[in-house]
Design a protein around this ligand. Structure first.
Ligand code: KIV
Length: 278
């Protein structure tokens, strides 16, 4: 069954946890979808884990459309959310609507996600007014790391926590159907989850959120540049991949791969004819 915004609404009402993972390509999206996830996020974290940038600042609309469309082709049942990259919505409400529309039309998103609270509410209102579902994103929002002075947990003082709660209420009022809470104390995320009627999806925001999201390379041990405290490695696929790559290199070097069963044959007559000619 296809997950929709109604799945998110009902999950919150029924107290059922929502699941979300990132994906950036067709085959990974297909595997995650077949595992039964509620939602796949084509995060602008692709800047880090796919393109090798230090942050998400350089990610473009073209990057998001290219990877988003691949994920959408692989996701049958998961609700596909595509991130709006840095400066694709901050510049104006007009830009936000045009770029959200491109992610829907060209990227085949089911919803878009953008970072920020009260400051981006006009954008959220305008995008949702066009019939495009919006996920908001608060807390340690990676597009603002230069303003934060690095990847730092947000909402640690009472004042900062209150600001987060007000931002969460504002994005809900503006029409967001869910909000990602990233890198904030669990107690603050818990309070936000309690006061909102839309679901909260946490990453580094504790167990009380209505759902959880992780970057798939992090939870599979495939990305070691930086491993945040909130990551749990559910498998060490990175090590399995390295071993397989090393085995391949060894077997090719030894001449044991390709073996007989990996090769194509020809008929005896064709072989004899080749022998005669060459
Ligand atoms: O880009 C991303 O992967 C995200 C998640 C960390 C929520 O925004």
């Amino acid at each position: 069954m296809k997950n929709t915004v109604l799945t998110f609404k009902q999950a919150k009402e029924n107290g059922e946890k929502l699941t979300m993972l990132t994906a950036y390509d067709y085959s990974t999206a297909k595997l995650i979808d077949e595992a039964g996830i509620n939602s796949i996020l084509v995060g602008d974290s692709l800047g880090n884990v796919i393109l090798g940038y230090e942050d998400t600042i350089s990610v473009t609309m073209e990057d998001m459309i290219h990877h988003g469309a691949a994920v959408a082709r692989g996701a049958k049942n998961a609700l596909v959310v595509i991130d709006m990259p840095f400066m694709s919505y901050q510049t104006s409400v007009y830009d936000a609507v045009v770029n959200a529309g491109r992610l829907m039309k060209e990227g085949r998103a089911d919803a878009v996600k953008l970072e920020g609270g009260q400051i981006v509410c006009p954008q959220i209102e305008a995008i949702t007014a066009c019939g495009i579902p919006v996920v908001a994103h608060l807390g340690l929002t990676p597009q603002s790391i230069n303003a934060f002075g690095g990847f730092k947990v947000q909402g640690k003082t009472a004042e900062a926590a209150m600001q987060l709660i007000e931002d969460a209420k504002a994005v809900e009022a503006a029409g967001a159907f869910a909000v990602v809470l990233e890198g904030i104390p669990s107690a603050v995320a818990s309070k936000i989850t309690e006061v909102l009627t839309i679901p909260t999806i946490g990453i580094g925001a504790g167990a009380d959120c209505d759902g959880q999201v992780l970057v798939y390379q992090d939870m599979l041990g495939m990305f070691s540049d930086y491993v945040p405290k909130f990551v749990k490695q559910f498998a060490n696929v990175g090590e399995i991949m390295k071993k397989a790559f090393a085995d391949y290199i060894k077997e090719v070097a030894e001449g044991t791969f390709p073996a007989e069963e990996n090769q194509y044959g020809i008929s005896k007559e064709a072989e004899d004819e080749l022998e005669r000619l060459y």
